[in-house]
Each structure stands twice: as structure tokens, then as C-alpha cells.
Write a protein that binds this ligand. Sequence first.
Ligand SMILES: [Zn+2]
Ligand SMILES: [Zn+2]
Length: 167
Amino acid sequence: MLRTAEITAELTGKELRGSDAHQLYWRSTLEFSLDCFICERTGRTTVFERGAERALCSGSRSGFKRHHTAARIAAFDTTNGREGLAVRALIDFWWAPFTDTRDGNKTAAPTSHPWVRLHLGYYCKDAKESGTDSIQTNLVRPHELKCKHCDRVLGVDAQTPAVRLLV
Ligand SMILES: [Zn+2]
Ligand SMILES: [Zn+2]
């Protein structure tokens, strides 16, 4: 059946604003773990790109290789407000029950311990160069994102990204 999950995240910190800010923005690609009905494994890292009509399951070391799967980014909204730099992504994915062929885990939607990685881009005026960074579920927080060119703080990652099943 078709399910929809909502992923939200936010960066905060005074470094997001001001004359020496790094124009931090959310890039329209993300990784999200799903229980994959094709390779019948739970918690597979699945790569999403905004605009693509399918996603890429990373498969497993033994057996299934990377393969396309029925999942996509249905909506991707970013806001740069007073509070911080926020992102809200809706993920549509096809879910079917199975038992993991390797460890016998039962499936869940989205998955029993969802994990997400979100990507960021920025521009350093000092170095006149762009850079990229990412945040993910399993990080020690609060965490300061730093420019790889000038080492200044880009923003603060204070809260774990939230994952909620909508439908
Ligand atoms: Zn798979
Ligand atoms: Zn910099």
C-alpha cells in the first residue's frame, strides 16, 4: 500500500544571519531508511532526489545489489524564518509486509527505527567557494556545523530530525 512519511528538521543559531553568514540552504536530496519489499530487508538506506519518480535502495552486502524502488519525494519545502532554517519533506513509498530474510525482523511502516540524512549547501564569501555538509539522525547534539574553508560556524543542529507516518 502507498504510505506517506513526513520528515522535518531545523537548524538554529545566530550564525544563520548577518553579513558574514554562509547562505546555508537545504539541498534537495536525502537518505531515509525503509523496509524494502523488493530485497526483503528491513532498515535499508534509500536515496531520494527531488523530482525523481523513484528512489534507490542500497540493497545489502550479500545478495541484492542497489536497485530502484517505488518511493519518491512528494513535497520538499524549506523555510528560512526568524527561528531558523527549516525543512519539511513528504516521502511517498510503497509498503508491503514481509519477514526479513536474514534476521527474521517483522516489517513496519516506515521502519521500526527510522534514520534520515539531510544535505546542506553553503557559500563562503571569504574563500569564494561553495561547500556541502549534512546532518543525520544518529549524531551527538547540539552540534555546530562549520565551514570547511574558514572554520566559522554555519549554524547549530540542536534537534534530531523528526519522522512521522502520515498515511
Ligand atoms: Zn531493496
Ligand atoms: Zn567560510
